[in-house]
Design a protein around this ligand. Structure first.
Ligand code: C5P
Length: 222
């Protein structure tokens, strides 16, 4: 059921994606003819909880993005992910709740968007999906020598969509800081961030292995 808030989904897609090794920016790489950007926008749209889509892209791909996602507002991103999110925030002035979703998490189930919005509507100001960590993690120094081994039980690998009360996210970004995710900026303000169950399909397509995995998963779905 549609909640009473006005929800904007910002989709940062302005990264170059050098780790993927493709000649075009990552969000414009396709899986069987459909770009990661289109897949991510479709997931947000079909969740049924998003009122407005804002996609943030490299300047040279602005008109291409407008063709691919005609129902979205398209804005030009910045040098770092946080700069791109700030560009998106400026274009979503009327939202009560904001979801930030990496274009690179192209196979994210639409239900995850709805679950994040549910948790926001229940009163949590900041909500992120996360999954337990399967590998043992090591903290290492610059030479690769292990410093310590944190207990993995309380650790979560966090994903997107990350959801926020819009005014809170604007305050978090007002200082112009940089973080690998938006929740990091909110945490720095001392505001509690709630982790809900994530989904393995929300993995970030970063490396050629991830892209192959995504292509195989899509093939298996069909
Ligand atoms: O680089 P990373 O994989 O962490 O990027 C996560 C998401 O943020 C991607 O969808 C990417 O396109 C986007 N991004 C952006 N602007 C940047 C860097 C990354 O919109 N300057």
């Amino acid at each position: 059921m549609k909640n009473s808030h006005r929800v904007a989904a910002l989709i940062p897609a302005a990264g170059s994606g050098t780790r993927l090794g493709e000649s075009i920016p990552k969000a414009f790489v396709d899986i069987d003819g459909v770009t990661l950007l289109e897949l991510s926008a479709a997931a947000a749209r079909s969740s049924g909880v998003v009122d407005r889509l804002v996609v943030i892209v490299p300047a040279e791909l602005e008109s291409r993005a407008a063709q691919l996602v005609p129902d979205a507002d398209v804005v030009v991103g910045g040098a770092e992910r946080s700069d791109s999110v700030r560009a998106g925030l400026a274009a979503a002035a009327d939202a009560d709740l904001i979801l930030v979703h990496d274009a690179a998490r192209a196979l994210t189930p639409p239900t995850l968007f709805a679950e994040v919005v549910d948790a926001l509507s229940a009163g949590h100001p900041a909500v992120v999906p996360g999954i337990p960590v399967a590998d043992t993690l090591k903290h290492v120094d610059a030479d690769g020598t292990v410093l310590d081994t944190p207990d993995r039980a309380p650790l979560r690998a966090v994903q997107t969509p990350q959801g926020f009360d819009a005014a809170l996210l604007r305050r978090a970004h007002a200082g112009g800081g940089d973080a690998t995710d938006d929740a990091g900026l909110v945490e720095a303000m001392g505001v509690p961030v709630r982790v809900i169950a994530g989904d393995h399909l929300a993995f970030k397509i970063t490396t050629p292995f991830d892209l192959t995995t995504a292509r195989l998963l899509q093939e298996a779905r069909r």
